[in-house]
Structures are given as structure tokens and as C-alpha cells.
Design a protein around this ligand. Structure first.
Ligand SMILES: [Zn+2]
Length: 384
């Protein structure tokens, strides 16, 4: 009888752990049809054709497509290509406004792989750590991953993190056509909306690969680019594949940045990833090093005093202005509605169905029922 109760408790505990952590196949808030994961979306897809009817790409700069984002030996410096000549435009977000503020960003997730030692999943592990420390960050989400793990995206939103776009397939954007760039941004925005009810206003180009053509297309679909402060790439994604980078070496490098950071007149934005167990563990260890020196980690929207979301998938800003990054001092709660988290105005061009599932509620209910079962199991054990 006693062994039966122990088995019952074990089953309940396993059930509880499962309920608290969304898994990759649980996609209740997914609506409609998405492009093939991790491939550049087709531009003859009826949905993208429909979207592009509302986007004027005709005046895009005539800049040749790159080969996989590789910098050619010589190119016109006027195209302002960040990865090749470090050039930025005034609308690019590359620093935080105030000294000692840290724009905390995690790219390429959500990653739902199980992190064995913590019995959690990579992104979930990081979310739990940030929540314990009462910190919020910006998650630059790959659209394919949002479609794969929408409940993790919903959890990021529920915890007050900023959701932002990191393209559908993570290709170098300068290597894609104008229509492909638009499709990469719009499909990712839709997948994030389907999971969270929020349309992101910011995006980060994979590898920081952005030139004036990419900027033009992004602006045409209403998105503001965020890169990172030059010199503050942690290279955490290389742990495990390049022996030069280890958890220890990244912590040492980050520590060596502190005097430089404290001397900056602005804040700074780092590049980190919620891509592997090593990267999320390292991320949690960098935080106290900076916090001990009075540096305040926060989302990018917060550190630039910007508005993280907009009210529709396509916001017509024209190409003479960009969505404001200084129009609001508020940072919406994760449960805020789409309408209350809009950025610059503009007509709703493409109405899209609202999410059908509230994953936060689902998780709460799941956790609640698990707790009740644990209590029942313990009571029955004590009666033995
Ligand atoms: Zn990336």
C-alpha cells in the first residue's frame, strides 16, 4: 500500500513538472498556416501576397543582394552596412539612453530543449531565474521557434518581458529580396501575436546584418532595428563548439568590460542567447557581476524609453518616419491588450484573429490541479 502511495506521489510530481513546462508539441494558440519552419518564407504564398499589397517597397534602395551576408572585398560605403563597416543610422537602436543601464537581450529562442541538470528547459530556466530576480529582458524571437513553442512565448509575455522579432528563418537579411525580408518579419510578428496577443515593434537582424535596403523594408512594415552596442557581443553561442569560448572565459571577459561600461555616457546593449544550457547558465552568472556595480539590467524598450508593441501587423508609417521609440514612458504588463500597447498610430491594415488560448491561465489551472493531487497523495500516504 505504501509503495502504491509512493508511486502515486511520483506520478503526480511528474505530472506537475510536465504541466508547468510547455512542451514543443503543445500548440493550442497556433492559428492558421505558417511557412515551413527555418526556411525563407515563400513570397508567392497568398497570405504574404495579401500583406504586401499594403506595403510600398517600390522606392527601396537598389543595393545588390549579399551572398549569405558576407562582406565583399569592396562595396559602396554609402549603403551603411553594420556588419561590414560598423555604420548605423539614427533610427538604429544600439545603446541605452542612460549611463549604467543595460539592455538585456536574448536571441534565437524560445528553446524548449530539456536542460537535464535543472529538470527545466533552456528558455524556461532563464525565465525562472529572471523572475526570481525581478528582472525583465528583451527576447528576440525566431518566428519558427514561436510557432513551435507558443506557450513559452506566452510565458515570456506574462512575465513582462519584451517580445521582439528575430526573423522567421534566421537568414542574413542582406542576402534576401525585399519581399523575402518583409515575409521574414511579418510571419514572425504574426507567430508572436498568435502566441501572445502582442505585435512587436522592434526587430534584430540575425548576425546584425543590416544595410539601407533592409532598413527600408523594415520601416515599410513598421519595425525599428535593434543591434547591440559594438564590442558587447558575449559570443555565448560558441560555448561547446569553439574551445576558445567557455562559461569561465565569457564571465572573465564580461567582468573586464565593467570599468568601460561604468565610464560610458550612455547605457549599453549586449548580445546573449537563450539557445543552450550553457548560454542560459552563463547568462544568469553575468547578471550579479553587473548589478553589484550599480548597473541596471532591463529590456531594450525600457532602456530607450520606447513602446514595445503596436496595434496591428502592418503600421503605415511611410518611409520618411519610423515608429517612435520615445513616445511612451510606460512598459505594458504582459497581459495588456493589443490596443493598449500600441506605438505610433496608423490604420489596421490586416485584421488577424485573436489568440484562442490563454496559456497563462492554462498553466495556472494545470499547476493548481497538480497541487491538489499532491495534497491528496500526501494525505493518503499519511493515512497508511
Ligand atoms: Zn540570432
Amino acid at each position: 500500500m505504501r509503495s502504491f502511495a509512493i508511486i502515486a506521489i511520483s506520478i503526480v510530481l511528474i505530472g506537475s513538472a510536465k504541466a508547468a513546462v510547455p512542451n514543443a508539441t503543445d500548440t493550442p494558440s497556433r492559428t492558421g498556416q505558417y511557412p515551413v519552419w527555418d526556411q525563407v518564407p515563400r513570397t508567392d504564398d497568398p497570405q504574404i501576397v495579401e500583406w504586401l499589397k499594403s506595403v510600398d517597397l517600390s522606392q527601396a534602395p537598389n543595393i545588390p543582394l549579399s551572398k549569405d551576408g558576407t562582406c565583399p572585398k569592396s562595396f559602396d560605403p554609402n549603403i551603411c552596412w553594420w556588419t561590414c563597416n560598423g555604420c548605423t543610422r539614427p533610427d538604429d537602436v544600439v545603446v541605452c539612453r542612460k549611463a549604467k543601464t543595460w539592455g538585456l537581450t536574448y536571441d534565437d529562442g524560445p528553446t524548449n530543449n530539456l536542460y537535464f541538470w535543472s529538470c527545466s528547459r533552456y528558455t524556461k530556466y532563464l525565465l525562472e531565474h529572471l523572475n526570481k530576480k525581478a528582472l525583465t529582458a528583451t527576447f528576440f524571437i525566431v518566428g519558427s521557434r514561436a510557432a513551435e513553442s507558443p506557450l513559452v512565448v506566452a510565458e515570456e509575455a506574462r512575465l513582462g518581458h519584451q517580445l521582439a522579432v528575430h526573423t522567421w528563418s534566421h537568414h542574413a537579411l542582406t542576402s534576401l529580396t525585399n519581399e523575402q525580408i518583409a515575409a521574414e518579419l511579418l510571419w514572425t510578428s504574426k507567430a508572436i501575436f498568435d502566441a501572445s496577443g502582442l505585435y512587436p515593434a522592434y526587430f534584430r537582424p540575425p548576425y546584425g546584418d543590416i544595410d539601407d535596403r533592409v532598413r527600408y523594408v523594415a520601416k515599410a512594415v513598421g519595425m525599428t532595428p535593434v543591434i547591440w552596442t559594438s564590442g558587447y557581443d558575449t559570443e555565448d553561442w560558441q560555448i561547446g563548439s569553439n574551445p576558445k569560448y567557455t562559461e569561465k572565459s565569457i564571465i572573465t571577459t564580461f567582468t573586464s568590460w565593467i570599468p568601460k561600461i561604468l565610464a560610458l555616457k550612455t547605457g549599453f546593449i549586449t548580445l546573449e542567447h537563450d539557445l543552450s544550457g550553457s548560454s542560459v547558465i552563463t547568462a544568469t552568472k553575468l547578471l550579479p557581476i553587473a548589478i553589484a556595480k550599480g548597473i541596471k539590467p532591463m529590456s531594450v524598450a525600457k532602456c530607450v524609453n520606447g513602446t514595445p508593441y503596436r496595434k496591428s501587423l502592418l503600421v503605415h508609417t511611410g518611409n520618411s518616419t519610423v515608429p517612435s521609440i520615445a513616445s511612451s514612458t510606460s512598459f505594458p504588463s504582459a497581459t495588456a491588450s493589443v490596443n493598449s500597447t500600441q506605438s505610433s498610430g496608423g490604420p489596421t491594415v490586416i485584421p488577424i484573429s485573436t489568440p484562442t488560448a490563454n496559456s497563462a491561465t492554462r498553466n495556472a489551472l494545470a499547476s493548481g490541479s497538480s497541487i491538489a493531487l499532491v495534497v491528496l497523495a500526501v494525505v493518503s500516504y499519511s493515512l497508511l
